[in-house]
Ligand binder design. Sequence first.
Ligand code: SF4
Ligand code: SF4
Length: 135
Amino acid sequence: MRVKLKAGRDQRKFIKRIEELSGENVFACYQCGRCSAGCPVASEMDLLPNQVIRLVQMGLDEEVLRSKTLFLCASCFTCESRCPKGIDMARVMEAVRHVLDPKGKDAFGPGEIPPELAQELPQQVLVSIFRKFAK
Ligand code: SF4
Ligand code: SF4
């Protein structure tokens, strides 16, 4: 992964915003990789969960914000349950998505879920959809 370092003030601002929004201490991560090893959608991601948090630690907002990983995360919390530091990556991903779209317009409403799907989908999937597409 090739990255370009930015000025310190911009980096700190981005990191602070992500920590405020997520409630997580991103610097607690020491890159053990257990989150990525257990992530059920890691094979589809362009950045693995541990890479996302590393880029956040470095304040590299552009590299994180253009990643499709943000929208592939299923908020399943597997990573949080495996993380030795208890970091909730789903919340970090959610915070980064919020920075990407701070106006927070709803892109998805409950009425748009076909009733047959609403009956069958696990509740976790529905919650994940709303966490991503409605604010
Ligand atoms: S499991 Fe936790 S400490 Fe390990 S890389 Fe992932 S976020 Fe960092
Ligand atoms: S919450 Fe997201 S990043 Fe974490 S294991 Fe589930 S899909 Fe992967």
